[in-house]
Each structure stands twice: as C-alpha cells, then as structure tokens.
Design a protein around this ligand. Structure first.
Ligand code: PMP
Length: 418
C-alpha cells in the first residue's frame, strides 16, 4: 500500500488515493483537522489538477482554434486532447460526441433549449423522477411551458428507490424524453438505468442521464447505457469549477441547433445569416474554459490511475461502514436504500429534533463539513416528508477516520441539544 494511501478494515479494502495529494486536507477548521464530507456538492482538488491550471497559464496560455502561433497550437492541443480523454473515460465512440459546458446544469439546459424545443409539442410527455436535482427539473419545466408538453414524475418508494412499476406505467407512445439521474445526490440511490433506458427506447423516447453524481463515483459507459445524452460536472470529480460535459450521440448532436451564437462556432457569416461549424464546436460559442478542460483531463488521469471500479468499491465500503455506525448512534434517522449495492457514496440522515442547519453548524465547530438543506431536491424532500436533511458524501480521499469523526461530531450534537 503506498505511503499515506487510504485503507479500511471493512472488507480489507484499500484505495490508491493519497490524502497528501490534496493540499486543502492539511487545513484545520476551528482547531480540528478538516473532515470533508461534502463531496456531493463539490470535491477537493489534487495538487496535479491545481498544477495543471497553473501550468496552463504559466506555459501555454493563448486562445484556441484561432491562430497558428505556437502557444495557440499548444492551447488548442490541450483543449482537444482533453475532449478525447473525456470521451475515452465515458466510453464515447468519438471526441466529437463531447461538448464542453460550464457544468451539468448548462449541459441539461443546452439539451432542453436545443433538442427539446425543436422536438416537443403539445401532447408530448417528458418523464422525470421525484429524486431529480432541480437542474434536471427546471430546464424541462421551462421548455414544457414553451412547447405545451407535459411532465410526469416517477415516484420514489419509501426505501428511497425509484418506483420501477410507476416509471413503466408513465411510459407511453407520447413519451418523447426521459431524463433521470444516475445516482441521487441526496440518497445515493443508483438507478438501474440500463433496463430503464431500453424500456424508454422501446417506446421511441430519447433518454438523458444526469451523471453529476454517477460519473465521479462509478464506471459509466455511454455505449453500454445507450443513452442519447449524458451530462456531468468537472468540479464533482476532482476538477475545477466552470468545466462540465454534455455527451450526445453524434447523429443527434449533428441534428441540433446551437443556442448561443458567436465566435468559434461558425464557418461563414454574411449579412443575412451564418453557417454553423460541425458539432461539438457549434455548441461552444466564444472563448471556452481552456485551462478548466486541461485540468479536467488531469482529474480524469488521477481517477483513471485509481480505477473507477476501485473508486466505486471504496465508496461502497465507506457507505457500509458509515451506515453501520449511524445505526448505532442514538437519535439518528437515516433515509435512503441503506444498501451499499444500490447506494453510492452519499448518505442522508437527520439528528432527531435538531434542524439540519444547526447540526451542520455544530459539526463544523469540530471541523466536520457536511451539508444540511434540501440539496436542490424539493420534490424528494416532500416525498421523504421532511423540509431538509443532513448529507455526508464521500470521495476518494475519505476513510474510516472521517466517518468516526462524523459520528463523534453527532455525539456532540446530541449533547448540545439534549
Ligand atoms: N444534478 C445532480 C444530481 C447534482 O448533484 C448536481 C450538483 N449538486 C447538479 C445536477 C448540478 O450540477 P452543477 O451545479 O455542477 O451544474
């Protein structure tokens, strides 16, 4: 085991992610070592990713695609190599399927404003689920209002699973689009997407997968899933903020109109109009986040060196360990599947009688960073019957010690409030 790597007694698991690679983990918060368990919101960055940003600005900074000078060629190569690396990471057949965006939210809005606006009319239906993040609800509500399409929501069961029977009952010949999360950002529930996607395809619907939580936590292969679209964010997978990805099947991207016009996306402009470049560049008007893309490629290298199957197994072992510990802790209610086979790295819970914001504040006093709130999932909160929950979420650098400090912090919450 490499020095400083994380290990756990649970199932004799270990992972080749060195905590020392993440400078921020050296920080103390309120006199305590940082226990960072807010990874579903954003992950910390390894030194290699931070250095990739610095290296870009110190060595290669120039605009892409527009000049033949050396720096511009280097910047263009970094940007396009990052696109190819991201394509390989998710099993996409070509870099031409990868559009760089600001994040998951922008990727979903691009599909809503381009594909959905052109394809949906009154009488059509969009199927979502109650566990979707607002980013995978509001863009569809906006396009539904414009087109007259209706939205149906697949229910979530009391165990926190997507109700498969209810989902199937919503699909019909009017269903044009199904948009589902790979992994719930609140409950950690991993949806059985392969079957659900093929069921949607049987009725001729197009499927978008929100991979914001799934892509950082498990191997995701778009060829195997066969989804039309996959959206995800760099900042939840060790990369910087402001860079994200829309994957789309190539023939679908080729049929889509851009939603932003400007430099870098046209082949010709005349007084009366313009001609678009081929995808993906057609969808990347203006100067893109070049340093962000280069740093995303470095984050992909970091995760690939660990192995996404290993990341998934590590988070499963931590989830199992944390669920067992939370079960022993008095006055804690855990939501969600409570099963590491269908739950990935995210746990929602509450300390009975304590508002999640108050609990999160007391945990912060001992350096434990968790989030309390609705987590941009108000439909799910309604289904769970609570206004807010606490959420602990893992990444590659977390270990059993982090779980133990969380449990210690919860004991402190109980002491303060009882
Ligand atoms: N979907 C899910 C499941 C998420 O967890 C998040 C981020 N919390 C988003 C979408 C939105 O991602 P971003 O803010 O990076 O666009």
């Amino acid at each position: 085991m490499p020095a400083g790597s994380c290990s756990s007694d649970v199932g004799a698991m270990e992972i080749n992610a060195n905590r020392a690679d993440f400078p921020i983990l050296q920080r103390e918060i309120n006199g305590h070592p940082l226990t960072y368990l807010d990874n579903a919101a954003t992950t910390q960055k390894p030194r290699s990713v931070i250095q990739a940003i610095t290296r870009f600005y110190e060595q290669h900074n120039a605009n892409v695609h527009r000049a033949v000078h050396t720096l511009s060629e280097e910047a263009t190569a970094l940007y396009e190599d990052a696109r190819a690396k991201v394509a390989r990471f998710i099993g996409a057949p070509s870099a031409r399927c990868i559009v760089f965006t600001r994040g998951t939210t922008e990727a979903i809005n691009l599909v809503a404003q381009s594909w959905a606006r052109a394809h949906l009319t009154a009488g059509n239906e969009i199927v979502l689920s109650e566990m979707e993040h607002h980013s995978n609800i509001v863009p569809w509500q906006m396009v539904a209002r414009e087109t007259g399409a209706a939205i149906r929501y697949a229910r979530v069961t009391p165990r926190g699973l997507l109700d498969r029977k209810h989902f199937s009952s919503l699909l019909n010949k009017n269903t044009r689009l199904v948009a589902l999360t790979h992994t719930s950002n609140v409950l950690g529930t991993v949806n059985p997407l392969r079957d659900m996607i093929s069921e949607a395809h049987d009725l001729g619907a197009v499927v978008l997968v929100d991979g914001a939580q799934g892509v950082p936590r498990a191997p995701v292969d778009v060829a195997a899933l066969d989804c039309e679209f996959l959206a995800f964010s760099g900042h939840k997978m060790l990369a910087p903020t402001g860079i994200g990805v829309l994957y789309a099947k190539e023939h679908i991207l080729a049929s889509m109109e851009p939603v932003q016009g400007g430099g870098g996306m046209i082949t010709r402009v005349e007084e009366a109009g313009a001609e678009w470049m081929e995808p993906p560049w057609r969808f990347e008007a203006g100067t893109p986040n070049i340093a962000g893309a280069a740093a995303l490629a470095t984050a992909v290298d970091y995760l690939t060196a660990i192995g996404m199957a290993e990341v998934q197994a590590w988070e499963a072992s931590l989830t199992e360990y944390a669920l067992a510990a939370l079960d022993q802790a008095p006055g804690i209610t855990v939501f969600g599947p409570r099963d590491s086979l269908i739950q990935s790295g995210v746990i929602a819970f509450n300390a009975d009688g304590v508002h999640p914001h108050d609990a999160a504040q007391i945990l912060d006093e001992v350096g434990v960073a968790v989030r309390g709130g609705h987590h941009c999932c108000q439909l799910l909160m309604r289904r769970l019957g609570v206004p807010a929950v606490l959420r602990a979420s893992f990444s590659v650098y977390n270990d059993q010690g982090d779980v133990e400090r969380l449990i210690g912090g919860l004991e402190r919450v109980a002491r303060v409030f009882r």
